[in-house]
Design a protein around this ligand. Structure first.
Ligand code: DQQ
Length: 478
């Protein structure tokens, strides 16, 4: 019954050209952070922050979907709903899922008109993740550690197991200091012992408060991912730290930005192949009245497979499963670029791989979503002198401006390294990953559905190769 109505909701919105076709998004209404990402009995389960009754944030439930391959998803009934009069009556905030014999969700329950009381809660499922029972001992973590000097920001548990002990990190802040991550341990996921701060950020550099931590080991190094609220008008941004973890303290030796644009609150899991997979919420970039009119908000990134490169930087590639749905291919090679080259391929749902040899003082890149006369478009520009990738939105009204909420992305090429851009275009979503390490995600809403053309540009640059695949809808046969 519920699933039938979700199908109808999807069908109602399917003709919206801004709505992605091969990225996961909720049937309708509001979605934000990915939650509880886990592979269980071979199937990938994704939960997500969901408002079932509005296209704007509020009344937060956990939506649920399942996939055999990380690409095709089926809707399942809502997994968690706020219980009136309880510790989560104002919303079930973000969290994770682990295998403790029974599948177990660890999430943040909130109370109060501004969700200002935040405690940690658990729920288990007896029927392979379909329905969930909240634990009688909830909340299992109540009080914010006193060294936090505040009581309202304390959320988004991320849990892992070492030996027979569970560990949990929580996102918070220390008043006056900025973001902080607090570390706990437990034998049973119910009784938790607070250990110490895992890491405390620098307020000016790393933001006023942290959210949605992920802490995990790759090879012999530990990686901490945090979503950072910067305060003022600076957009929130996802950072990562790589370093050593000893005596319950984390000492980063490398720090980077996980995405320079609209990707936020990512969550990782390890699957049965041993891959560390990441999904992130791709935030909308349009005003609330337009969101309400559209009737939906929020998209999840295509899952990315994470690793560390030889410099200790986080490397990420969209999962190989995406290639299984590649449609019609198009290929170009060896073009000298001195100006614009229009391509005879167009579309709103494309997977693009472009490899350039930039000249040291030149620019090169790709324009997407071009209007027939080229006056409206999105330019992905590599500026070789500054070693940055800039995403510019061009419209007749405003000329060229940085895409909404997307910062210039520092991208240094090693000597002799070519510029390799992977671009996943899908309606209003543009995921860009350069050389498997610099991620710049943007959202763009062309004014007309015929803005589907593509072109290359460059000043004294060479295109080594360009591969474009047309992409299908993952919902068509459902
Ligand atoms: N979204 C959730 C919080 C989290 C924030 C609320 C990050 O749990 O801190 O919807 O986007």
């Amino acid at each position: 019954m519920i699933l039938e109505s979700q199908k109808q909701l999807r069908q109602r919105l399917a003709s919206d050209p801004h709505r992605p076709r091969y990225h996961f998004l909720s049937p309708a209404n509001w979605m934000n952070d990915p939650n509880g990402f886990i592979q269980w009995k071979g199937q990938y389960h994704l939960f997500y922050q969901y408002n079932p009754n509005s296209a704007l944030w509020g009344d937060i439930h956990w939506g649920h979907a399942v996939s055999p391959d990380l690409i095709h998803w089926s809707d399942l009934p809502i997994a968690l709903a706020p219980t009136p009069g309880s510790y989560d009556e104002a919303g079930c905030y973000s969290g994770c899922a682990v295998d403790n014999g029974l599948p177990t969700i660890i999430y943040t329950g909130t109370v109060g008109p501004k969700n200002e009381i935040q405690t940690q809660c658990i729920a288990t499922s007896q029927d392979d993740l379909l329905t969930w029972q909240k634990h009688a001992n909830n909340p299992v973590i109540g009080d914010v550690p006193p060294e936090s000097k505040q009581t309202r920001d304390f959320r988004d548990p991320f849990v892992w197991k070492e030996g027979d002990t569970w560990y949990l990190v929580l996102a918070s802040r220390i008043d006056g200091n900025g973001g902080a991550i607090f570390l706990y341990r437990s034998k049973d996921l119910i009784d938790w012992e607070y250990l110490n701060p895992l890491l405390i950020g620098d307020r000016a550099r790393d933001g006023i408060c942290w959210e949605c931590p992920n802490f995990f080991k790759i090879d012999q190094r530990w990686v901490l991912i945090v979503s950072t609220i910067m305060g003022g008008t600076t957009p929130p941004i996802v950072r990562y730290f790589v370093g050593a973890y000893e005596n319950f303290r984390f000492s980063p030796t490398y720090e980077g930005i996980l995405d320079y644009g609209r990707l936020y609150a990512p969550l990782t899991t390890v699957d049965h192949h041993g891959r560390r997979l990441l999904m992130g919420w791709l935030r909308e970039a349009r005003p609330n009245p337009e969101i309400e009119q559209a009737g939906w908000a929020g998209v999840q990134s295509i899952p990315r497979n994470l690793s560390l490169d030889s410099y200790g930087r986080l490397a990420m590639v969209p999962v190989a499963e995406l290639e299984q749905i590649h449609g019609e291919p198009h290929h170009w090679a060896n073009l000298d670029l001195a100006g614009y080259v229009s391509l005879d391929v167009e579309g709103l749902a494309l997977d693009i791989v472009a490899e350039f040899e930039p000249q040291p003082d030149g620019q090169c890149g790709l324009s997407l979503l071009c209007s027939p006369d080229g006056t409206e478009r999105l330019d992905i520009v590599y500026e070789a002198t500054k070693q940055v990738i800039v995403v510019n939105r061009i419209t007749p009204e405003h000329g060229s401006i940085l895409a909404e909420g997307v910062l210039p992305a520092s991208h240094q090429l090693d000597t002799g390294e070519t510029l390799r851009l992977r671009v996943l275009l899908d309606g209003s979503v543009v995921e860009i990953i350069a050389n498997d390490r610099t991620s710049v995600t943007s959202r763009v809403y062309p004014s007309h559905p015929d803005h589907t053309k593509l072109r290359l540009f460059g000043t004294q640059a060479r295109l080594r190769l360009l591969d474009i695949w047309e992409m299908p809808s993952i919902w068509q046969s459902r």
